[in-house]
Design a protein around this ligand. Structure first.
Ligand code: HQG
Length: 186
């Protein structure tokens, strides 16, 4: 096992299962699933040798549990983060009073003015804790963290969904529900 290589495979899987299945000629069904055997075959044909054990290991060990295997063990999908049109079938759930969103400095003014938009993804992604939000924000440089008044939003009729890997999703967050944290601490 080679952690660096596994990370590369995970990145590639995210690209294929969330954004560009056509890049290696596979299809996702309406719920985002694709056949494991066909995926492995398509990986091979695109010059990426991978066997089933490696793929299952990458899914199992993934730091954010980004992928799920179907109950019958035959299909795979990404748990969240899609830009392609899929219905993940998550039911509305009651969020905690406060959730967090990590972002980067250049986005702050626009977020304060316009709220959180889903951009290319299906939903705005929110974290359960500050540490995760800092990590998300750090992907683009120094992190800025917003508190989201999710309890109040839900009371006012906004829907929230909890993905299988613990990410909270919602359609949009109005600026009135956002508080910028001055010194986010772990
Ligand atoms: C920002 C990763 C300006 C938003 C992470 C973010 C997450 C605005 C960027 C998951 C804005 C969108 C999602 C506004 C939002 N004006 N900027 N009005 N509203 N933004 O990648 O939340 O590793 O689509 O703050 O860990 O960063 O891929 O969303 O910076 O869970 O599994 O627009 O992706 O998970 O960026 O990340 P993204 P995100 P994975």
């Amino acid at each position: 096992m080679n952690p660096k290589k596994d990370k590369k495979i995970s990145r590639f899987l995210s690209l294929i299962l969330r954004h560009q299945p056509e890049a290696i000629g596979i299809n996702l069904d309406k719920n985002g699933w694709t056949d494991l055997d066909k995926l492995i075959e398509a990986f091979r044909e695109s010059g990426n040798q991978i066997d089933q054990d490696t793929l299952l290991r990458v899914v199992e060990n993934n730091d954010k549990k980004r992928f799920a295997i179907s109950e019958d063990g035959k299909r795979i999908r990404a748990n969240q983060g899609h830009s392609v049109d899929v219905d993940l079938g998550y039911s509305p759930a009651i969020p905690p009073e406060i959730l967090y969103h990590g972002t980067h400095l250049p986005a702050v003014d626009s977020i304060i003015k316009n709220g959180l938009d889903k951009r290319k993804r299906h939903h705005v992604h929110l974290s359960q804790d500050v540490a995760t939000a800092i990590k998300v924000g750090s992907r683009r440089g120094g992190a800025v963290v917003f508190k989201v008044l999710s309890g109040e939003m839900q009371e006012n009729g906004h829907e929230f969904f909890l993905t299988e890997n613990g990410v909270w999703l919602t359609e949009h967050v109005d600026p009135r529900y956002l508080i910028k944290m001055e010194y986010p601490r772990l």
